[in-house]
Design a protein around this ligand. Structure first.
Ligand code: SF4
Ligand code: SF4
Ligand code: SF4
Ligand code: FES
Length: 594
């Protein structure tokens, strides 16, 4: 690609043709403020806080929207620019509910930060904040407060471009403009998947996750309750960002200590139930392959598609209701964990399950919704009592006054606290596929997957859809029908890519046997409940940390987890057995596509 030369703040720079002024400035460490811009999304150019002066041009230019041109001479910092930015932020503040002290995004809000940087005078413009704006708390996962909205439309673009859901729109015009849902229906009545990506991309407190940490504090303070906390694989590689660590720092040991210090009676690991998911899902895949390839059973659907991402599950229920047979019947690791906490764990520990409060700390907003699905009570109780995001948990650590960086490392408790590298990689796109292949290949051949260090690099990476074929040979007698077969697999992350792969499946032309779909870009490491900001660079660092965690484990295949071996021996019986079906598997619902 050809390059161009321009000058920014007196410094000459050469950039690729098509680079925006904003991007060019970043290359020479000049930070131009933005609000409607997010690097995950297409350009909107509607807030104009990123204005710069281009010499020879009368009007200020929005640097996020204007491409750099050969010979441009640009100023990013002048009295004219500072005044313009200050005015823009002042106007936004004048129609904003600036109750920062009681706002969930206080100290992590882009509007607040800019208002402080530009020393905005809140009285310069008459407040035009509308009265009587109601907060939509209808959803288990998402809360929408229009009084905090700056109309940047990052949420609308996120939902449309990244997620292909289109649950949000900019409704009405002029002064009446607001972010709305179809027919202005409450969040819980529309096609929203609860993925939380709009929350993660919102610069202010207008969209937040529903918070349940007060409920958890209450349980922690109630000595008649036995509080079991468990954390998802991707929490340990992102939590540190809220507590003073560099992006991509693994804080597993300190995270466990923090949960113990805030009073959890037992600190367990969702990675354990990720390993369990692999055993159940791996056997389900092999069972489907046997039924389709050997018994020619036309009622069984291939490809089988993973079901551990609740945003994805709700997406397919709405968008492809006639293809639910492709979904694995396995519950997500969170829900398997909940069902076992109130049965197996309760039995082993001699605790009445009614006294157990199960708390799941997740990278995800959709898991809150999932925990509240009507069918998620197979233990006889609500399997998961509270789902918290990584952000909520980070806040609890701060509320508890813990000096996180000075905490000693500690180990998860037992039982249901032991996990393998295969469980950990669930947190990154491609991880479920890799973990499943590590185990399924061993079941079929009696050997490890033929990849160096068990690392199946073909399914790793950040490309939206990745495909691979694995030749199976040297099968054990029981699996002879698979001898010489090529297992075709695919991985998709983000609901936009999920739609692409589902269109292929729905057309009947797909030749895949197994597909992994994660609802969020990058998989759970990029989940809607992860620390803000999240962007491509941050996702890549969290993914790297996940694979480092995998390599640090002494056991890296789910079927070798001693606690998994034990639970089948002492409680579940066998994979896909009667108890597994009752506690670990589920069913799905057709939903409307409105
Ligand atoms: S959204 Fe930001 S500016 Fe608005 S009240 Fe919350 S913290 Fe303050
Ligand atoms: S809800 Fe958030 S992301 Fe959406 S327009 Fe308002 S401020 Fe922007
Ligand atoms: S939670 Fe996800 S699906 Fe729902 S509105 Fe936000 S981005 Fe769209
Ligand atoms: S950030 Fe450039 S116009 Fe909003």
């Amino acid at each position: 690609m050809s390059t161009i030369k321009l000058i920014i703040d007196g410094q000459e720079i050469e950039v690729k043709n098509g680079t925006t002024i904003l991007e060019a400035a970043k290359k020479i460490n000049v930070n131009i403020p933005t609000l409607c811009h997010h690097e995950d999304l297409c350009v909107a150019g509607n807030c104009r806080v990123c204005v710069v002066e281009v010499k020879g041009r009368e009007r200020l230019e929005a640097s996020c929207a204007v491409p750099a041109e050969e010979g441009m001479d640009i100023l990013t910092n002048s009295a004219k620019i500072r005044n313009a930015r200050k005015d823009i932020v002042s106007l936004l503040v004048s129609e904003h509910n600036t109750q920062c002290t009681t706002c969930y995004r206080n100290t992590n809000c882009e509007l607040q930060e800019l208002a402080a940087e530009y020393n905005v005078d809140g009285n310069k413009y008459l407040s035009v904040l509308k009265e009587g704006i109601e907060i939509d708390t209808s959803s288990w996962s998402i809360e929408k407060d229009d009084s905090k909205c700056i109309h940047c439309q990052r949420c609308v673009r996120t939902c449309a471009e990244l997620q292909h859901v289109n649950a949000l729109t900019a409704a009405f015009k002029g002064n009446e403009m607001k972010i709305s849902t179809f027919g202005e229906l409450p969040f819980n009545e529309v096609v929203c998947t609860n993925c939380g990506q709009c929350v993660n991309h919102c610069p202010t407190g207008a969209l937040t996750e529903r918070r349940y940490f007060d409920q958890v504090w209450e349980a922690l303070g109630d000595h008649s309750k036995h509080v079991v906390m468990n954390t998802a694989p991707s929490v340990r590689v992102a939590l540190g960002e809220m507590l003073g660590y560099e992006v991509g720092t693994r804080v597993t040991g300190k995270m466990v200590t923090a949960m113990k210090k805030i009073g959890a009676d037992s600190v367990l690991d969702t990675d354990f139930s990720a390993d369990l998911t692999i055993i159940e899902e791996g056997h389900e895949l092999l069972s489907r392959l046997r039924k389709v390839l050997l018994k020619k059973d036309t009622n069984i659907k291939l490809p089988m598609i993973t079901s551990c991402s609740p945003g994805w599950v709700k997406f397919i229920e709405h968008m492809y209701p006639n293809h639910l047979g492709h979904l694995s019947t396995c519950k997500s690791p969170q829900q398997m964990f909940g069902a076992l906490t109130k049965t197996y764990y309760a039995e082993k520990k001699g605790i009445d399950p009614k006294d157990i409060v199960s708390v799941a700390i997740m990278p995800c907003a959709a898991k809150k919704y999932e925990a509240n699905r009507a069918e998620m009570n197979d233990s006889g109780y609500r399997d998961i009592d509270a789902g918290l995001t990584t952000r909520e948990f980070g806040l609890m650590i701060k509320q508890a006054g813990l000096n996180f960086q000075n905490l000693e490392d500690s180990e998860f408790d037992s039982i249901m606290g032991e996990s393998t590298g295969a469980g950990v990689i669930f947190g990154a796109t491609g991880g479920v596929m890799e973990a499943a292949l590590r185990t399924a290949y061993t079941i079929v051949t009696g050997r490890n997957v033929p990849f160096k260090n068990l690392n199946i690099t073909a399914v790793r990476g950040t490309e939206g859809i990745r495909k691979a074929s694995i030749k199976i040979d040297g099968c054990l007698e029981e699996w002879a029908f698979l001898e010489g077969a090529e297992l075709n697999v695919a991985v998709a992350h983000g609901l936009k890519n999920a739609r692409t792969i589902m269109d292929e499946v729905a057309s009947g032309k797909s030749n895949y046997h197994f597909i992994e779909v994660m609802g969020c870009p990058g998989g759970c490491i990029g989940g809607g409940g992860q620390p803000i900001p999240t962007n491509a660079d941050i996702r890549a660092k969290r993914i790297q940390a996940i694979y480092e965690e995998d390599m640090s484990k002494s056991i890296r295949m789910s079927h070798e987890n001693p606690e998994i071996v034990r639970i089948y021996k002492e409680f579940l019986g066998e994979p896909l057995g009667e108890k597994s079906h009752k506690l670990l598997h589920t069913h799905y619902h057709k939903r409307n596509r409105y």
